[in-house]
Design a protein around this ligand. Structure first.
Ligand code: G1P
Length: 300
């Protein structure tokens, strides 16, 4: 039986400056998207993928993330005494069989630097990296990651990186991958030939943007240790992946299926889009939200 991946790193140390003042004293990963904070969706996706050791890379003003995944006996016994089963079940996400670990990135040295802080935790095993401010929508949000982990094992890959098509005007916001061949089929690994972080539109090699989910072999940590900081003093995860490709390691892109759309809360525009789409899809409140928006549309 091949070894199953059990460890995930969730970088959540970004300053969230594009979301001020909402993020002045709370992490952007704790902003609500419908009924849950962003990071809870990410953790539930990891748990549903069978990952039960989760390292969250936090930073200053990020303590609320730890509190969110920490059982609160006072709250639980108050709800038990009140016989409030419905609310108790809302807290069941804390009890799922996973262990949480935390470490801090104390200065903004980039996503690659944040992931590298997980090297000792991962300890020469394969691992998943899931960005704490990005969600995967759909009926089964963990399906993509599960399939990526299986492909990673079957191919003995160094890295499998989720990607999605973005409009040409948006390529400067993402890591952009080059692949073998033209349009890749969704839900399958395709060899990646190059990758570049946030290129200008006119030099972008494609419109395939890195979509916040990665499966890595331990080779990524060696690549990260050999990746110099960029002009802003940040170590880019993208540049470490580029180094893996240059070292001749097997690196693959994985195009998400259309129903596995990626959302993020990196700025207000994307946050509002995320919030609205998730509320509209909410099984309890979606109907009311759709009615309200339909009524409102007449006024616009
Ligand atoms: C990070 C990565 C980028 C990736 C993006 C996905 O950028 O550096 O390669 O495409 O996440 O959300 P950030 O959004 O942190 O600037």
């Amino acid at each position: 039986m091949p070894h199953q991946i059990s460890k995930a790193i969730v970088p959540a140390a970004g300053l969230g400056t594009r979301l001020l003042p909402a993020t002045k004293s709370q992490p952007k990963e704790m902003l609500p998207v419908g009924r849950k904070p962003v990071v809870q969706y990410v953790i539930e996706e990891l748990q549903a993928s069978g990952l039960n050791q989760i390292l969250i890379i936090t930073g200053r003003r990020k303590r609320a993330i730890e509190d969110h995944f920490d059982p609160d006996p006072v709250l639980i016994s108050a709800l038990e005494q009140a016989g409030n089963e419905a609310l108790l079940s809302e807290l069941s996400y804390i009890q799922r069989n996973s262990r949480f670990f935390y470490t801090r990135q104390s200065s903004p040295k980039g996503l690659g630097h944040a992931v590298a802080l997980g090297a000792d935790f991962v300890d020469s095993e394969d691992c998943v990296v899931a960005l704490g401010d990005s969600l995967i929508a759909g009926e089964e949000p963990a399906a993509a990651l599960r399939a990526m982990m299986k492909a990673h094992r079957d191919l003995k890959a160094a890295a499998i990186v989720a990607v999605e098509q973005v409009p040409p005007d948006d390529v400067h916001r993402y890591g952009i991958a080059s692949i073998q061949g033209a349009e890749p089929p969704p839900g399958e690994p395709v060899a990646m030939t190059d990758i570049v972080e946030k290129p200008q539109r006119d030099i972008a090699p494609s419109t395939l943007a890195v979509a916040a989910r990665y499966v890595f072999s331990p080779a990524i940590f060696e690549a990260l240790s050999r990746t110099p900081p960029d002009h802003r003093g940040e170590v880019q995860l993208t540049n470490a992946i580029k180094l893996l490709i240059q070292m001749g390691q097997p690196v693959y892109a994985w195009l998400l299926r259309p129903e596995q759309r990626r959302y993020d809360v990196g700025n207000f525009e994307s946050y509002f889009r995320t919030f609205i789409d998730f509320v509209l899809a909410d099984e309890r409140y979606g109907y009311l939200a759709r009615q309200y928006i339909k009524a409102k549309a007449y006024e616009l």
